[in-house]
Design a protein around this ligand. Structure first.
Ligand code: SF4
Ligand code: SF4
Ligand code: SF4
Ligand code: FES
Length: 348
């Protein structure tokens, strides 16, 4: 364990802990933009700077490991001025269209500009303009809102192991893009969208569907596969407009393309909402109540079993069900129907 002092408070943390993590254990609020606890330390935005006793210049807390006897200051006149200047630089060529931006109310840059009172900017100058619409089906990319924190690039490489995007060009022209600036063509997991601290990356499907303040959040489990990722449904006016996932879930906030973007069926008017029964041969499928449908299934099962024996029946279950549902299903077939004819689509 390493003993150090942060803002006059003593703390003891395991060797290898960063100054940022140690400060957060003390509930001290150090601003960050490029940091994500699930990614390797990067040190790109310089917003998390702190002062160390005996060190002439501030250092980035997210990349500095603690050392014995360290004396850290996280708030001072100088730090406030430097952090404010960093944000001013970031905003100097930012479009500032918070009024129509999808991320307004949920944007770290907007929040920092608010807390540091940055209405004016000493560094207004040339603006980056990227007008090309990316034709991919899921992710809206507005690179003029990008602050080059590289979180998207890092998550795509470190977590998703895809490497579909990278930082291209240098200096003022630096930008995140797919190879040769083609349209994005990747796994569309949306991890990059989830970690982006600004409106540079958002989902096309949730564009202009609702403001942050109107969103109702519902914690649930993804319906697509037995992994059972935890998801949060964002709904506005009783319509699901987006899916996200929190960091402290079993899936650590990561989702696949189906879980993140495949929710539109929920709002579709032609979605099946009741069981359908064909009441006469060659007749149409007609809506039925669950009681009627289950009664029919039960009587047919009974009839087949009586006439041909239980092995005339077989059950095929689904990878979309939970482990517990699959367990109950095979138990039903073995004990109620009385057959071992049970299989699962994952074996195909
Ligand atoms: S990215 Fe953030 S700061 Fe920029 S326009 Fe959108 S809400 Fe405003
Ligand atoms: S959607 Fe996933 S695979 Fe595609 S760029 Fe983003 S992180 Fe990489
Ligand atoms: S697109 Fe978003 S996550 Fe990627 S570098 Fe820009 S601001 Fe950071
Ligand atoms: S959060 Fe530490 S440098 Fe960006």
């Amino acid at each position: 364990m390493i003993d150090l002092t942060i803002d006059g408070r003593d703390i003891s943390v395991p060797e290898g802990t960063t100054v940022l993590d140690a400060a957060r254990l003390l509930n001290l609020d150090i601003p960050t933009l490029c940091h994500d606890p699930r990614l390797k330390p990067y040190g790109g935005c310089r917003l998390c700077i702190v002062e160390l006793e005996g060190v002439p210049r501030p250092v980035t807390a997210c990349t500095t490991p603690v050392a014995g006897g360290m004396v850290v200051t996280t708030e001072s006149e100088q730090l406030y001025r430097l952090r404010r200047t960093v944000i001013e630089f970031l905003l100097s060529d930012h479009p500032n269209d918070c009024m129509v931006c999808q991320r307004a109310g949920d944007c770290t840059l907007q929040e920092l500009a608010y807390f540091y009172g940055l209405r004016d900017n000493r560094f207004w100058g040339e603006r980056r303009r990227y007008d090309k619409e990316d034709a991919n089906p899921f992710i809206k990319r507005e690179m003029e809102k990008c602050i080059l924190c590289a979180k998207c690039v890092r998550v795509c490489g470190e977590v998703q192991a895809v490497g579909a995007i990278d930082l291209a060009y240098r200096g003022f022209n630096a930008k995140v893009c797919p190879p040769y600036e083609k349209d994005l063509d990747c796994e569309f997991c949306g991890q990059c969208v989830a970690v982006c601290p600004t409106g540079a990356l958002t989902g096309k499907v949730w564009e202009a569907q609702g403001r942050q303040k109107d969103v109702k959040y519902t914690e649930t489990v993804c319906p697509y596969c037995g992994c059972g990722c935890n998801i949060t449904l964002h709904s506005v006016r009783n319509r699901v407009i987006r899916v996200s996932s929190r960091e402290n879930t079993l899936n650590e906030g990561w989702l696949c393309s189906k879980g993140r973007f495949g929710f539109e069926f929920i709002n579709k008017p032609d979605r099946l909402r009741t069981p359908l029964i064909r009441r006469r041969k060659d007749g149409p499928l007609e809506p039925a109540s669950w009681d009627e449908a289950l009664g029919l299934i039960s009587s047919r099962f009974e009839g087949i079993k009586k006439e041909h024996g239980p092995d005339a029946l077989g059950g095929l279950s689904s990878a979309r069900c939970t482990n517990e549902e699959n367990y109950a299903f095979q138990k039903f077939f073995r004990t109620v129907i009385g057959t071992n004819n049970i299989d699962h689509c994952a074996r195909y």
